[in-house]
Design a protein around this ligand. Structure first.
Ligand SMILES: Cc1ncc(COP(=O)(O)O)c(C=O)c1O
Length: 430
């Protein structure tokens, strides 16, 4: 099933010519599952060892993943959320200590902070990339800050050099949320290797997938031990006198998942190269389309294109991202205007502090400023979410699909502009 990544592996001829169906990562059309995964899963079942505490696939995945990313330790777990949970637990904040986070991310990056009794303190994002910056993080550092968590949104790296030097000055560990950024890099270093800990998701729609799963990486031996323990109920496997050393969960990955994830990891370098190639093609096609800004990738950075996110200027394209999305969807181009729709702090769990019973813990320990979500403190966030339009992306896209997307975008944008000019002209002539 899986061919060379940059070959035309999806055959547009099998699709209706009037409406090219785009491959989708929510089923096999946009994934690279094949004989390698089938063989590995069969091997697990034939051996009958499904737990990673006894099997060899999850172990092999951890060592190959660490090598692929370029770090020392990788620990597999049950989801990206549990990878982040393990990272926060490894850093071990005191209740009420603060972790600076992005409001434009998946909730799975945030609830682990609350489960560990810490306060997620939201910093604003850059209105063009949707990423945190050293400046926005700096504004939120307090004497209670215990760590910084950055999300490399859509696979586009945050500007890590100033973020790492800010963190260094304040002696704060950085957690990199790389759920969307597998094999994205900055100045040649893969994301996940720059901060103290890097977290990855293996969910259905990620670059490497086994349906659900996660991996957490670090170069630090002490953090590595705490990560391993947290994923294993803090039971000291292999220790001379093991015990359950601290509060922790079982978030292990099974061998069946490990078998699929290992086969996927081996294909991932090609898959990511192909995603990048196709995304650059679309960016090239969209340059010069009035009102559309393709993803901005800074020099020295490699975007991994989990998704292709463009900005739509509502003063040029009337109705902005919503109107353009409506047209594109009608034309058969799946897309999500405004990405997650609202900042994470506007979701009930955080806005209404719905946590443990009626306790509101740990928000009861928060400084007032730490939960101040007034719009004027998040101008970049609101602007970004207003303008962004997200196209799903995957490794089965071919140049014919990209061409179809580009022409659909250009034509929808032109129609919207023309309609608005006609309305304006008729209102002037009345
Ligand atoms: C940025 C980010 N962080 C965390 C997660 C959580 O990962 P999972 O869904 O595997 O728990 C996701 C999931 O898409 C994500 O996009």
């Amino acid at each position: 099933m899986a061919g060379g990544a940059t070959t035309e592996r999806f055959n547009p001829k099998s699709q209706p010519s009037s409406l090219p169906r785009l491959p989708c990562d929510q089923n096999g059309s946009g994934r690279t599952f094949g004989d390698e995964e089938l063989r590995a899963v069969s091997e697990v079942l034939e051996a009958g060892v499904l737990t990673s505490t006894k099997g060899s696939f999850v172990r092999a995945l951890e060592s190959e993943f660490a090598e692929t990313i370029g770090t020392r330790h990788a620990h597999a777990c049950s989801s990206g959320t549990s990878a982040i949970h393990a990272a926060v637990a490894a850093i071990d904040p005191e209740p009420g200590e603060e972790i600076i986070v992005s409001p434009v991310t998946d909730m799975g990056a945030l609830t682990p902070v609350l489960y560990q009794g810490a306060i997620p303190v939201f910093a604003d994002v850059d209105p063009v990339t949707g990423n945190l910056t050293a400046e926005t993080i700096q504004e939120r550092i307090s004497d209670r800050t215990r760590a910084i968590m950055v999300t490399h949104l859509f696979g586009n790296p945050c500007d890590m050099e100033p973020i790492m030097s800010l963190a260094g000055r304040h002696q704060l560990p950085v957690i990199e949320d790389c759920a969307q950024a597998f094999l994205a890099s900055t100045e040649g270093a893969n994301l996940g290797t720059l901060g103290a800990v890097g977290c990855f998701s293996l969910q259905q729609g990620q670059h490497v997938t086994c349906g659900e799963g996660g991996l957490v990486v670090t170069a630090n031996a002490d953090l590595s031990r705490r990560l391993r323990l947290f994923i294993n109920k803090a039971w000291g496997y292999g220790d001379p006198d093991p015990d359950h050393y601290f509060l922790a969960l079982n978030s292990r990955m099974s061998e069946l998942q490990g078998a699929v994830a290992l086969a996927q990891t081996r294909k991932a370098t090609d898959s990511v190269d192909h995603r990048v190639h196709m995304a650059e093609l679309l960016t090239h096609r969209l340059r010069g389309c009035p009102g559309i800004t393709p993803p901005l990738v800074a020099p020295g950075q490699r975007h991994a294109y989990w998704r292709y996110a463009m900005l739509v200027q509502p003063d040029v394209i009337p109705g902005g991202a919503s109107a353009l999305a409506e047209r594109l969807q009608a034309a058969g181009v799946a897309c999500a205007p405004h990405y997650v729709g609202k900042p994470a702090f506007a979701c009930k769990v955080i806005a209404e502090q719905r946590t443990f019973g009626n306790s509101r813990f740990p928000f009861t320990l928060a400084r007032d400023e730490a939960t101040d979500y007034r719009p004027e403190r998040f101008r970049g966030t609101h602007k970004f979410l207003e303008d962004v339009l997200v196209l799903p992306w995957n490794e089965s896209l071919q140049s014919a699909h990209v061409e179809f997307m580009a022409t659909s975008i250009e034509s929808a944008a032109t129609t919207l502009r023309d309609e608005a000019s006609r309305v304006l002209a008729s209102s002037v002539s009345c």
